[in-house]
Design a protein around this ligand. Sequence first.
Ligand SMILES: Cc1cc2nc3c(=O)[nH]c(=O)nc-3n(C[C@H](O)[C@H](O)[C@H](O)COP(=O)(O)OP(=O)(O)OC[C@H]3O[C@@H](n4cnc5c(N)ncnc54)[C@H](O)[C@@H]3O)c2cc1C
Length: 423
Amino acid sequence: MTEQSATVTNSLVSLFGRPGNATAYAIRDFLHRSDVPFEWIQLETDEQARSQAGVDHLQDPRLPICIFPDGSRIECPSLRQLTEKLGWFRSPLHSEYDLAIYGAGPAGLSAAVYGASEGLKTVVIERSAIGGQAGTSSKIENYLGFPKGISGADLAERAREQACRFGAEILLAREGVRGEFTTGKGTGYLADGTKIVARAAICATGVAYRNLGLPNEEKYFNAGLYYGAGASESALVKDEHVIVVGGGNSAGQAAMHFSSVAKRVSLVIRGDCLKKTLSQYLVDRVNAAPNVEVLRRTEVTGLSGKDCLEEVTLRHRDTGEERKINTHWLFACIGGEPHTNWADEAGIVRDEAGYLVTGPDLIQAGKRPANWPLDRDPYYLETSVPGMFAAGDVRHGSVKRCASAVGEGAMAVAFVHRYLAQG
Ligand SMILES: Cc1cc2nc3c(=O)[nH]c(=O)nc-3n(C[C@H](O)[C@H](O)[C@H](O)COP(=O)(O)OP(=O)(O)OC[C@H]3O[C@@H](n4cnc5c(N)ncnc54)[C@H](O)[C@@H]3O)c2cc1C
């Protein structure tokens, strides 16, 4: 990060913690995705905890501890505390905006670049780190203009810098939870009580990871079981056995990324063939990697371990045969689902799976949606509430790709202009 950052980002942040600790993972993930250089110091004994981190023992609740280059230390920090310390937590500068964008993944960042560069007073609200799902990717190889690929964190950081250069405000570690819209003005309510008033809004909140549906899954969340590709963890899986679940590109990418350091990678897929779900370039690489095995027609049926994940049970879907693998590393890349419950209250039409319906998809049997107040059809990326647009993965019928999310972000801004000019 550059302009919006303050004190410490060019030096190393030190993070001390015990292995398999969920808070420590969340911090590593946040720092990695935010492109903040950091070192992870893994504490293995009570003595190390005392001498290196200055706490009483390895189970001390003050762990993990972050030490910043200015010498200050925060014990077991929340992401909000981290963003505050990094100088990125800020209050909205204006009481009213032209455009409020929710979500700083590729769609939201693209909308921010176009909105701000075209003179709209633009604010972006992001509940976590910038970059969204793309920010978690170790390498995006099919995004135009980067023939050798680019890491998601790098792409996100470039986009953030570009948006800020044009004057977009980005509010990190803030979550939109509710919205009220009247024609001409909308108010977004954030989880911390902040209100964002804007003449138009774009929802670019993407999807949140789907879980495996196992009864004790929560116990191991971020403590051996990780949702997503875990780009921050690659150095830690050296000589380990890693399990990646999923047959899509994100799973294939993760498997290949881990294969360069792990002893072995098991890619677990429910189907019988990778070709149906994975891009050919990844199929070829997976097949050629000597330490990657593809376990077809297989699913995860059990997780166990005392404090963190220690054993994973896999079952063959046809034969019922079970296999147990001792590992601390299970990455679930099985797609996502939109978290859009707030939309019902705001009167925004969603499809059965929760995606926001826009433009021509809102017209049923030649009729506009109920309660649509204007004498025109909804614009292409407009939801059933005038002035509220949707872009990227959260949108019904969207193509789940970086480039299409970026394209929709840009396109949504064109419709925002039309809406602001003509209603
Ligand atoms: C590991 C991985 C690898 C991938 N690799 C590729 C690839 O190589 N090529 C490719 O084309 N695509 C790839 N994809 C898919 C691509 O990343 C997505 O299609 C793209 O990120 C969608 O962008 P988006 O902006 O619509 O949503 P997202 O990327 O999901 O971003 C949404 C953002 O909104 C934020 N948010 C959610 N709710 C709220 C709220 N209430 N308030 C504020 N903020 C909120 C989230 O924190 C998130 O940052 C990959 C996906 C993954 C997971």
